[in-house]
Design a protein around this ligand. Structure first.
Ligand SMILES: *[C@@H]1O[C@H](CO)[C@@H](O)[C@H](O)[C@H]1NC(C)=O
Ligand SMILES: *[C@@H]1O[C@H](CO)[C@@H](O)[C@H](O)[C@H]1NC(C)=O
Ligand SMILES: *[C@@H]1O[C@H](CO)[C@@H](O)[C@H](O)[C@H]1NC(C)=O
Length: 464
């Protein structure tokens, strides 16, 4: 979205967070479901529906279908591939390795299978190694082993530099122009920004609370000076793109420039497991170093988990909780400086999704849960809130209003992954009435760089 905010107490909420067109996969799921009602013992139907679930990021359902296909026909090779892909997407690498092993055993001459087996094996070994060293390295920051002040900026570097070690408006304008030219920020400047933003974020509570005042009347364009307007970006700033670094450094720059008016919340992609599979780790390593990725990981752990506006609107990336009774006080108390656990409130805030029917059900993603309108209603009542805003799911119109207006999804990446054909949207809120006003936009042409250039080869399109 346009970063030119208008004066007035306006809050922009945007959520950034599949392949051919999303609708086609949704239709495929619908028709395979109908076919399975007529013939529930057809392994291919399950396996093909599993693929459609993979493509729409419903990894939990994809895993169930692939498993069912293999129960019906244990010699069905594609079923093993799909179960392995589902497990990879869920971060269950050992389980995935077992399936790749089976494929390699049955088809010793299949080069593709061998490649996947080796790739997956590498990840399993790397994880084991990381676990082994984790205990020694506990709590030691990468910052301690960097000598940033002594890094020299070569004379031939013509890009933007911090001014007296600080991010300024001029720096931000130069930075955005530099990035639009697809040029690289000097590593010293990137490190300076990361160290500073870690400091700023680590001082914030896990639940950020802000008050928007009444609009004072002016609505002139203010050329990036967000005098009284504020902006909130709702997680998933990185992965599934070839320019995640440029996006996240721009966002961090604005956080440093306008710490009281520019807000960032953590998404499920600001985590190590996701970054390894969906590209951000590979991108930082290709453009800078593994050490810099380590520092990004440390910074992500300090991103707040939720934001409350005027005690009435609660914003989070994923959604509500696997159990009733969670209060704002419980969110405030979350010790967030870590990789999210597999369950509990921190996991739910980053991962859950709303569903149309009452109650809760098993998550289509295989992580956290799905919550119905009654769950939303009880949560809002207990915490004296009006509605929640979340992101996390691509929507054809860029946003969706559900649960009788009490649960809003906003998704700001138009033409997601350069192939979904969806619109993007953001929300304007005014302190006077807190009524959400939706603004939609469409994609601009993608630069001539492969989409998702840095994702793990096992997760790249067409390979599952
Ligand atoms: C299953 O999907 C494959 C493509 O992966 C397709 O060729 C085949 O026709 C599909 N089978 C059925 C029964 O839909
Ligand atoms: C920079 O490096 C020099 C020589 O390696 C060292 O003496 C000095 O303490 C370093 N400065 C900082 C700020 O670390
Ligand atoms: C806001 O801008 C519009 C046109 O851009 C103008 O018509 C309107 O009067 C302005 N409102 C205020 C309160 O200044």
């Amino acid at each position: 979205p346009d970063l030119n905010a208008r004066a007035g107490d306006i809050l922009l909420i945007t959520g950034v967070p599949l392949l051919k067109r999303y609708k086609d996969y949704e239709n495929a799921i619908k028709y395979y479901t109908e076919a399975l009602e007529l013939n529930p013992s057809n392994a291919i139907y399950y396996s093909n529906r599993s693929l459609a679930y993979l493509r729409t990021e419903c990894y939990g359902y994809a895993l169930v279908d692939a498993t069912r296909a293999l129960e019906l026909d244990k010699n069905y090779i594609k079923g093993y591939y799909r179960r392995a892909t589902s497990n990879m997407a869920l971060g269950k690498f050992k389980a995935a390795l077992k399936d790749y092993e089976t494929v390699v055993r049955v088809r010793p001459n299949d080069k593709d299978a061998k490649m996947k087996y080796q790739e997956c094996n590498k990840i399993v070994k790397q994880k084991a190694f990381e676990r082994a060293i984790a205990s020694d390295e506990l709590k030691r920051s990468v910052v301690d082993s960097l000598d940033i002040e002594n890094m020299t900026i070569e004379d031939d570097y013509a890009g933007p530099k911090l001014e007296d070690g600080k991010v300024t408006l001029k720096f931000m304008k130069d930075l955005m122009a530099w990035f639009k030219d697809q040029k690289k920020l000097h590593r010293k400047c990137a490190y300076q920004m990361l160290v500073q933003v870690k400091e700023v974020l680590s001082k914030l509570p896990s639940l950020v609370e802000i008050t928007l005042k009444e609009v004072r009347g002016s609505n002139e364009s203010s050329d990036l000076v967000l005098t009284s307007g504020s902006q909130l970006f709702n997680g998933d700033f990185v992965d599934r793109g070839s320019f995640s670094l440029e996006v996240i450094l721009t966002l961090f720059g604005f956080k440093l420039l306008y710490p009281e008016h520019f807000y960032l919340l953590r998404g499920n992609h600001e985590t190590d497991n996701m970054n390894q599979m969906y590209g951000f780790e590979g991108e930082v390593k290709a453009k800078y170093t593994a050490q810099m990725f380590q520092l990004f990981s440390e910074v992500f752990q300090w991103l707040p988990l939720a934001q409350c506006i005027n005690n009435k609107v609660l914003v989070m990336h994923g959604g509500l909780f696997s159990e009733d009774g969670v209060t704002l006080e419980d969110i405030r108390k979350i010790d967030r400086n870590r990789q999210p656990p597999d369950s509990g409130p921190m996991c739910d805030l980053l991962w859950s999704d709303p569903q149309p029917q009452d109650g809760r059900s098993v998550s289509k993603r295989g992580v956290s849960c799905q919550f119905g309108p009654d769950v939303t209603e009880r949560f809002l009542e207990q915490n004296k809130l009006q509605y929640i805003v979340r992101s996390h799911e691509v929507k054809a119109e860029g946003y969706e209003v559900t649960h009788s207006g009490k649960c809003i999804t906003v998704f700001s990446a138009p033409n997601y992954c350069d192939q979904m054909g969806n619109k993007g949207a953001y929300i304007h809120l005014r302190g006077s009435d807190l009524k959400p006003e939706f603004h939609q936009f469409t994609a601009v042409p993608h630069p001539n760089v492969k989409p998702m250039a840095y994702a793990n080869s096992l997760m790249q399109l067409g390979m599952m």
